[in-house]
Design a protein around this ligand. Structure first.
Ligand SMILES: NC(=O)c1ccc[n+]([C@@H]2O[C@H](COP(=O)([O-])OP(=O)(O)OC[C@H]3O[C@@H](n4cnc5c(N)ncnc54)[C@H](O)[C@@H]3O)[C@@H](O)[C@H]2O)c1
Length: 186
């Protein structure tokens, strides 16, 4: 199988890339290296395709997605201080970047898109452990944009409609944005 790991030079992404390579999969990484490091991929650098680019670029997303079966979408601005000093960029990367990936995934007939939600969506609620029925109460721009992208399903529907109108196969509906609850650390 061929996987695209966005944010593959970051903390979670680089571990996923190592695991996928070890399991014999083809791996493409799309990362702008704004926070991630090439060194995180040192053990697998000769066995992956690395694209330095941004999820804000529809063209980069298209190029990275070509021929992929699955996408693990982890490109994001994850720093709360950075999201506070530059909320517009954080919002763009974390939400518009996700929509770009969903659209590219649809065009490429990708089977499934998976990304990690964040418990920061639930703020400082005393009700623990968090669960997805809780009302979102994000307390930072990072948390707000993380929350927004877990609501990306309408964009998935739109992607399908755009594809249909463009004459692409309309019966490919397997692009599913799944908000995975992060581990307890999240
Ligand atoms: N680490 C955690 O405990 C945790 C908890 C909950 C959710 N998450 C989520 O998991 C995902 C990955 O988190 P992480 O801890 O690995 O973060 P990270 O900051 O280590 O990795 C993010 C990667 O995205 C890249 N990136 C940033 N902007 C980009 C852009 N415009 N285009 C392409 N790449 C870009 C960075 O260079 C970096 O390599 C994020 O969506 C985060 O919200 C993480």
């Amino acid at each position: 199988m061929r996987y695209l790991v966005t944010g593959g030079a970051g903390f979670i992404g680089s571990h996923l890339v190592e695991r996928l390579v070890a399991e014999g999969h083809e791996v493409v990484v799309l990362d702008d290296l704004s926070a991630g490091r090439r060194e995180h991929l040192a053990n697998v650098r000769n066995r992956i395709r690395f694209i330095r680019g941004s999820v804000l670029s529809a063209e980069a997303c298209r190029r990275a997605t070509e021929g992929c079966d699955y996408i693990l979408h982890h490109a994001a601005i994850t720093s709360v201080p950075l999201s506070t000093s530059d909320p517009i960029t954080a919002h763009a990367v974390n939400t518009t970047g996700t929509v770009n990936i969903l659209f590219a995934a649809h065009r490429a007939n990708v089977r499934r898109v998976v990304f990690a939600g964040s418990t920061s969506a639930y703020g400082d609620t005393p009700e623990l452990p968090n669960h997805e029925e809780q009302l979102p109460r994000p307390l930072s721009p990072y948390a707000a944009s993380s929350t927004a992208r877990t609501q990306a399903r309408p964009h998935q529907v739109a992607a399908r409609e755009v594809a249909r109108r463009g004459g692409m196969r309309a019966n490919v509906t397997a692009v599913v944005a799944e908000a995975l609850m992060a581990s307890a650390a999240g």
